[in-house]
Every structure is written in structure tokens, then in C-alpha cells.
Ligand binder design. Structure first.
Ligand code: C5P
Length: 304
């Protein structure tokens, strides 16, 4: 994402990329529903009618995370265009904490004290690992017109949105019987609409002058595909695990990618990296080991 925003040449409009990613998810999920309905156009149409057209309140409910996600996806482009990639990654890990906070408030999820400690350790560990790779991004062509404060605000607001939308989506998904594919179709319809409104407000003039696909090449399409595929993965993880575990998965992925970089890009393993990675792994262990014990009938009777 960072590379396609700072490389020389014509710059695509990020608002169009958000719409395209939403459209990609929409098409994929719609195709899956079609497959589940045994490729029967009649039952496919009935399924969509029963679950979307005949359920306006349900669609209204799902539009909350959808709007938040669409704004968040736009903000991420602002963040990654104005912050160095490493700084962005470090700050974006704050979403692990915001997610835990919203899970506790909205889902009444219980976390033990040691789990809270593990969240803090995780954040410190990821930060240390990410700061290590800062040297690599020094050679990054940093554009003169970068506004780091704007980038920082964008990433912090994104973290809040990520936490809220993720937990809200989890609550909807786990409280109803609809499939994630149907939920994502509902979300994408709203997302595409909000995406177009955002595009008109921010880049309307430019789109009318240069066209929707101005500045696109295969690499931009690839980033759009990754964003879209990542979004579907997020939905699956939220359905079958939960939002806090998703944060750990992302963090683990960052560590794995650093290790892979050693083999593919001559990445140097330093003391800083080893310390950070150890902290992350300790946090993962602590988080899974120190789950709060469910109340026993005896402890409930004693009011414990
Ligand atoms: O970083 P975070 O985990 O909050 O990113 C969430 C991403 O997953 C967003 O890009 C959002 O559009 C996407 N998503 C999705 N479908 C869902 C839930 C999230 O596409 N049901």
C-alpha cells in the first residue's frame, strides 16, 4: 500500500480503490451465495429478496459497521501516505487495545488482569520489532508533502474505528443465523454507496476530469485485491474465533514477515528484533494461558 502511494508516476485516487475493494468482496460473496443455492437463479433471487429487501431493519443494523469500515479504509490510505511504513505499523497495533476495550464494553467479555498485561506487552513487543525495520524504510522515497501529524491522527482514529466496527460486527454475526457471505453482501452494498459519496466529496472533480481508473496499473489492482481478500479473511476470523485473537494473528504475521524478510531480502536479525519477538510470543502465551476462570455455582452463591 505504502509503495503504490509513494512511487513516482501518476497517483491513483485512494477513494476509488476503496470502492473497488468493496466491489470485489461483493462479487465474491454473491458468487458464493449463488453456489450455495445450487446455481438456481430462482432460489438465489428468493434468498436475496428474503434476506435483504424484506429485512430493511436488519440492513440498517449492518450499515453501522459498514459505514465505519468504509471510512476506516479511506483513512488507512491517508495514514499510509503520510507516515513511514514502520511508524504506521507500530501505531496501527493500537487497535489490539481498542478492540479489547470494546469487547469488554459491548460484549461483556471478561479479561483477566494478566490478559490485560499481555495486551500491553504485545503492544510493546510489536513496537520494538517494528522500530527495528525503520532503518529499512529510511531509503523509502519520502515525499516532501507528507504530513506526519495528519497521518498520526488518521491511524489513531482508524484504530478506534477498527475496534468498534470489529466488535459490533462480531456481535451481529454471533447473534443471528445469517451467513457471513450474506452479511458481507449487505455490508458491501452500503460500503459501495458510502464509498461513492466519499469519492464525490473528496475527489469528485478529479474523477470527472481524469476518470475513475486514472493511475491504475497491475500493482494497484493487486493492492486492491489484497485489501479485499484481507477483508473477507477478517470476517471469517471474527466468525470462528474473535476480534482479540484476530489482533494476535496480525501481530504474529508481522513477526513472521520479518523472519521471511531475512531469507528473501537479507534482513539483519538484531538484538532489538529478538527482544521484540520474544515479548510478542510471551504475550500470546500469557493471553491464552490466563483466561478468566468461569464462575462456579458455589462462588456465585457466595457472591464471588
Ligand atoms: O484492521 P482491521 O482488522 O480493523 O480491518 C478490517 C478490514 O476488514 C476492513 O478493511 C474491513 O473493510 C474488512 N472487513 C470486511 N468484512 C467484514 C469485516 C471486516 O471486509 N465482515
Amino acid at each position: 500500500m505504502r509503495y503504490v502511494r509513494v512511487r513516482p508516476g501518476d497517483l491513483f485516487l485512494s477513494t476509488t480503490a476503496v470502492i473497488l475493494a468493496e466491489f470485489c468482496k461483493f462479487s465474491f460473496c454473491l458468487s458464493l451465495i449463488f453456489y450455495q443455492e445450487n446455481f438456481s437463479i430462482r432460489s438465489f433471487a428468493r434468498h436475496l429478496h428474503e434476506n435483504i429487501i424484506a429485512q430493511p431493519m436488519d440492513c440498517l443494523k449492518i450499515s453501522v459497521p459498514s459505514i465505519v469500515y468504509t471510512l476506516q479504509n479511506n483513512l488507512l490510505y491517508v495514514a499510509v501516505s503520510n507516515l513511514e511504513a514502520a511508524t504506521f505499523q507500530v501505531t496501527y497495533q493500537l487497535k489490539i487495545l481498542t478492540t479489547a476495550l470494546f469487547s469488554v464494553i459491548m460484549l461483556r467479555k471478561q479479561l483477566s488482569r494478566l490478559q490485560w498485561v499481555s495486551l500491553v506487552i504485545l503492544f510493546i513487543g510489536v513496537s520494538v520489532v517494528q522500530l527495528q525495520s525503520q532503518g529499512e524504510t529510511k531509503s523509502d522515497k519520502v515525499a516532501q508533502e507528507q504530513r506526519p501529524i495528519l497521518g498520526l491522527i488518521a491511524v489513531i482514529v482508524s484504530c478506534m474505528m477498527s475496534g468498534f466496527a470489529g466488535v459490533y460486527f462480531e456481535k451481529i454475526l454471533k447473534g443471528t443465523t445469517q451467513t457471513i457471505w450474506l452479511r458481507n453482501v449487505q455490508m458491501s452494498v452500503v460500503g459501495i454507496f458510502i464509498g461513492f459519496v466519499t469519492m464525490e466529496i473528496n475527489d469528485g472533480e478529479s474523477v470527472h476530469k481524469n476518470g475513475f481508473f486514472f493511475g491504475y496499473d497491475w500493482l494497484v489492482y493487486f493492492v486492491v485485491f489484497l485489501q479485499s481478500f484481507g477483508g473477507i479473511m477478517v470476517a471469517v476470523v471474527v466468525k470462528y474465533a474473535d476480534n482479540i485473537l484476530k489482533g494476535f494473528a496480525t501481530s504474529a504475521a508481522i513477526v513472521v514477515s520479518c523472519i521471511a524478510s531475512m531469507y528473501f531480502f537479507d534482513f539483519q536479525l538484531t538484538l532489538q528484533f529478538t527482544v521484540g519477538a520474544t515479548l510478542v510470543m510471551t504475550a500470546v502465551y500469557m493471553y491464552s494461558k490466563f483466561v478468566p476462570t468461569p464462575p462456579t455455582p458455589a462462588s456465585m452463591k457466595n457472591g464471588v
